[in-house]
Structure formats: C-alpha cells, structure tokens
Design a binder for this molecule. Structure first.
Ligand code: ADP
Length: 354
C-alpha cells in the first residue's frame, strides 16, 4: 500500500543532455500508471530515477510521505521488472524467485511460503523445480514478475516487460499483468512505447515527448480529448488524420473539401476566422457516404473492419470502415467526417468545443 509523488523531477546526464524536464505526478495507492511515448522521450530515465538507478538532478521523489530523493535503491522498497528478465540459468525457478530474499537473510520458512504464494498467483507451481531454459518466454517473464512479487515491495516498476515476447504472448501476458495488479492491489509504474499497452493497462496514462509530459489522464481522456497534436497523433491506431484547413465564413475550407461548421464549432472557432487550423479525424470517425472524395490506393481487410488508405487533392487519408470492403486501387469513395478534434496550428494545443 503506497503512494508516490514525483515533484518537478529533472534529469540532466553528465554529457549535459537533459532527458527529463519538470516531471510532476501523484500516483495514488494501488494505481497502475503507464508512461508512454516514442523511443528517447525520457520514460526509462524517469523510471530509473524512481528506482534509484539514476541520480535525480532536480526535484523531489516522495514515497509514502517520505522524501527518498537521495536514498539508495536497496532502501527504497521498490521492485523493478525489466524487458530482458535475465534469470539465473543455473538456478531452478524456485531458487530464482527466492534469491533476493536469501540475500536479505530472511527466514527459510517465510521464504518458502512467499515463493509458493507467488508461484500460485502466477501459475508457476508446477514449474518450480525446472531451470529457466525449460520454460517458454512467457513463463520466464512470469518468473521475473515472481521475483518482484516475493519481495512485497511498496512500488512495482516495469520497463517494457513485454517487448521480447511475440504478439500473441504479449496480449496474454498483458492480461496477466492486469489480473496481477487487481489481485495484489499494488502501486505500479509501467513504461512502454506501445500505445495499445498504455490504453489497455493503465488506470492513468502519462504521455511524454522529448522529455516533457504532454498529458496525464485516463485512457479515455487521452483518446477522446487529446491535449495537443502530439498526443492526438500518438494515441490511437491507425493514427489520427490531420488536415490543414481555413476557417472562412462559417465553413472549413481546404483544397479537398468545404464543410459547413455546426453552431458549437462556429462558437469555438470564432477567433480563428480567416486563419489556418488543424482538423484531426480518427480513421474510425470517417463514414462511407458523403461529399468528400477519396481516391483509394489500398484496401486492407482486418475481419470486422477494413482500412482504406487513399489520397485526396492535397492530403493523404486513412479510413477505418466497419465492414468488409473490396475497394480497388484507383476507385473513388465518397466519405464524411465525424468531426471532434481541432488544433491551433501555432501552439499545437487542442481547441475545445463548448
Ligand atoms: P526512453 O525510455 O523514452 O526511450 P530514455 O529515458 O532512455 O528514453 O532516454 C531519454 C534521453 O536521454 C535520450 O535522448 C537518450 O539518448 C538520453 N540518455 C539516456 N541515457 C543516457 C545516459 N546514460 N547518458 C546520456 N544520455 C542518456
């Protein structure tokens, strides 16, 4: 049972690269927070500062009300699960899970009970006498989690724990982590570059770019109300389509279409009259039928949906239709947009509809 406060955290590496700028986050007891963003945005650095594996250059880290900013890792009561879960090959699964407790010279009986309990939670009871090489990748990942669970840490940290697994196993292990989180009611910080993992796992997502937090919110908040162009383009797959449009006499105008604004849109966009803005439309918010013309260049059937990629006079577009389509390259399909997202071109911030 633990809460975590990251207050104005900065990280400047020795070579003067600033990897994290003014990171602020309050993690509630039992919350699963996912840090997501492209490679190099500062996610791992942030996690490693929490673990104590990197010095904190500025700001404070508070765990359960206690300032641990300068505390060495072993005293922070935190357990970290890495992507390369590096089990000890010569030890059994039991020994791998018991190892850190043995190092701490805990009572043998208690270690035994903790390992059995963790193995039970993770479905590893029958594997305890095996060596890591006899286990599948997914099982090895579970052993790595077991090593963290036996320590009953205040906070669990996960650094891209699924990236070594194949796609099918990733989905299954993701669901296991969710169940584990519910069962242990543990406070977790989880780093990934994969927006699907973020959407499916998180209580709240922290989306980062170039060392800066872009938005913190529930998966639905980030999907429905992205704060800026970066979050809008990063969360959601396939990504949101963006169109440069002019607000002109109650209409949205560009080479590809002229659309009448609704009353709400007119009110929200009043100050942009005569100016360019960015319209964002998710592929799933494009509907077959309408007066916007798309020339198809590919048709990908995904079963229940079809991704149709195409071009207009100026913009490229990806549509996700809710049926099996059979468009051929060169076909013209007429579509309409369910419009929800507008962005200020200069600040890249979202323009909220009233
Ligand atoms: P992410 O986890 O989002 O991929 P990182 O936190 O690993 O990003 O890296 C953030 C930035 O800090 C990158 O520009 C990276 O090159 C830089 N960086 C990471 N580790 C070091 C280091 N030990 N020394 C110098 N720069 C580093």
């Amino acid at each position: 049972m633990s809460s975590l406060k990251l207050q104005h955290l900065d990280k400047i590496y020795e070579n003067n690269v600033q990897a994290v700028f003014d990171f602020n986050l309050d993690v509630n007891d039992g919350e699963l927070i996912v840090l997501v963003g492209p490679s190099g945005c500062g996610k791992s650095t942030t996690l490693r500062m929490v673990a104590g594996l990197e010095d904190i250059s500025g700001g404070k880290l508070i765990i359960d009300g206690k300032d641990v900013t300068a505390m060495p890792p072993k005293d922070r009561d935190i357990a970290m699960v890495f992507q390369n879960y590096a089990l000890y090959g010569h030890m059994t699964i039991y020994e791998n899970m018991a190892f850190s407790l043995m190092l701490r010279k805990e009572n043998k009986n208690e270690i035994h009970q903790k390992v059995l309990a963790a193995a039970d939670i993770l479905g590893l009871t029958d594997q305890l006498n095996k060596k890591p090489s006899q286990l599948s990748g997914g099982q090895r990942q579970r052993v790595a989690m077991g090593r963290a669970i036996v320590r009953t840490p205040k906070v669990f940290l996960f650094d891209e724990p699924l990236s070594n697994l194949d796609a099918k196993l990733r989905g299954a292990t993701r669901r296991e982590i969710l169940l584990l989180h519910k069962r242990l009611n543990a406070t977790m910080l989880y780093v990934t570059h994969d927006q699907t993992e973020a959407l499916t796992l998180a209580d709240r997502i922290v989306c980062m770019s170039m060392g800066h937090v872009q938005q913190i919110g529930t998966p639905l908040e980030l999907y429905d109300s992205p704060a800026n162009l970066f979050v809008a383009g990063f969360i959601g797959l396939p990504p949101m389509n963006f169109f440069d449009v002019e607000v002109k006499n109650g209409q949205l105008v560009c080479e590809d279409f002229t659309e009448e604004l609704t009353a709400d849109e007119k009110a929200a966009l009043r100050e942009y009259e005569g100016r360019q803005i960015t319209l964002g439309v998710r592929p799933e918010n494009i509907i077959e039928g309408g007066n916007i013309c798309v020339r198809v260049f590919s048709n990908e059937n995904l079963g229940q949906t079809t991704l149709v990629n195409g071009t207009m006079k100026k913009h490229k577009i990806t549509c996700k239709f809710r049926e099996w389509c059979n468009y051929k390259a060169g076909d013209e399909v007429m579509v309409s947009f369910n419009r929800k997202h507008f962005f200020d071109k200069e600040t890249t911030q979202a323009i909220r509809l009233g």
